[in-house]
Design a protein around this ligand. Structure first.
Ligand SMILES: [Zn+2]
Length: 340
């Protein structure tokens, strides 16, 4: 904060804009390093207010937090807007919208919280990203509800009626566990590959009703494949999101040049937002045509399954806590041995 700003700002607002020093990659422990990012790491073991105020400072997580905070506000408004057309709490279409929207809201909010506070300590780093993965799994669960109840052809819905959601629920938990365990035991590319492979089977399961939709459209001479373009847009965004996550571009080509603005995780967050917008667009397009879904669904059923999934995942984190504490101790002992 320069002298001019200091005189202009009220005293109570000055800490918000007080510039914070950051560290280089050599000064942070291994699990907090990001591939090809060289600087802009916040200092560990500071008061909580330091991390909260880091929202208004430039570091390598600033745009990761803001991209998902802005997404959260847009999704909230979009859902509110849909409430003017659909009875969100009293209809099956409304229950599907809420199942999807709550997932998207939790995904973006918990991701922002994780990116904002994880640098407090190594233990917090693991715990906040476990929280982030809980948000991802609730979002994925909402995607499954949307696919099964809205995008699935009625023939496929009937065949998978009793299996799709239970298998999907298990795969959501499996993806959460794969990401949390991979984060705890592996670093760099190995970790990312384990996370992506954990989510791969899940993505295939999510795609089955969409493939069936294409099949029924192709064999039906009165159906134009172009009428499914809203679904294609959704999956193009999803593929771009996956590529942004694993490619590490542009920082891989020019390490250190994109530490604060422009690195791949920020691009990944923006594509996540585009995917959510494309899903909202596809959902409102299809619901707008029929205003009905494949079967009855209530908001209470949606809330119940969300709560069960969250409770199981929090229990898994509690179960992993001794391993987490052991891992943190090992890294801290290793770091102090290097210093001595
Ligand atoms: Zn993120």
């Amino acid at each position: 904060m320069d002298k001019y700003m200091k005189h202009k700002l009220p005293t109570w607002l000055q800490p918000v804009f007080k510039s914070q020093r950051t560290q280089n990659v050599e000064q942070v422990p291994e699990p907090m390093k990001e591939l090809y990012i060289r600087s802009g790491f916040r200092v560990m073991n500071q008061p909580w207010s330091y991390y909260l105020l880091s929202l208004f400072n430039w570091h390598n997580e600033t745009l990761n937090v803001w991209t998902h905070l802005v997404s959260f506000v847009v999704i909230w408004n979009y859902t509110d807007h849909l409430g003017e057309t659909f009875d969100l709490k009293g209809s099956s279409a409304g229950a599907v919208i809420l199942a999807y929207s709550i997932g998207a809201l939790l995904l973006t909010f918990l991701s922002s919280v994780a990116h904002l506070f994880h640098a407090k300590s190594l233990k917090h780093h693991y715990l906040f990203f476990a929280l982030d993965y809980i948000g991802v799994s609730i979002y994925c669960f909402g995607c499954g509800i949307l696919t099964h109840y809205v995008f699935s052809p009625s023939e496929t819905f009937r065949v998978l009626r009793n299996t799709y959601i239970p298998v999907h629920f298990f795969l959501c938990f499996n993806s959460f566990l794969s990401c949390t365990v991979a984060k705890l035991y592996f670093h760099g590319n190995k970790r990312k590959m384990l996370m992506v492979s954990g989510c791969f089977a899940h993505t295939l399961w999510l795609l089955i009703p969409i493939f069936a939709r294409y099949y029924y459209c192709i064999v039906d001479t009165s159906c134009s494949v172009l009428s499914l373009n809203h679904l294609v847009a959704m999956y193009i965004c999803l593929m771009a999101t996956s590529v942004a996550y694993v490619a590490h571009q542009p920082e891989k080509s020019n390490p250190g040049a994109f530490d604060i603005i422009g690195h791949s995780h920020q691009i990944f967050h923006i594509f996540v937002f585009f995917t959510i917008l494309a899903q909202f667009n596809a959902m409102t397009y299809e619901l707008g045509m029929t205003k009905s879904v494949n079967a009855e669904l209530t908001v209470n059923q949606v809330y119940t399954v969300h709560i069960i999934l969250i409770v199981i995942e929090i229990t898994a984190v509690i179960f992993l806590l001794p391993q987490l504490n052991k891992k943190v101790k090992e890294i801290e002992n290793c770091a102090s041995a290097k210093q001595n």
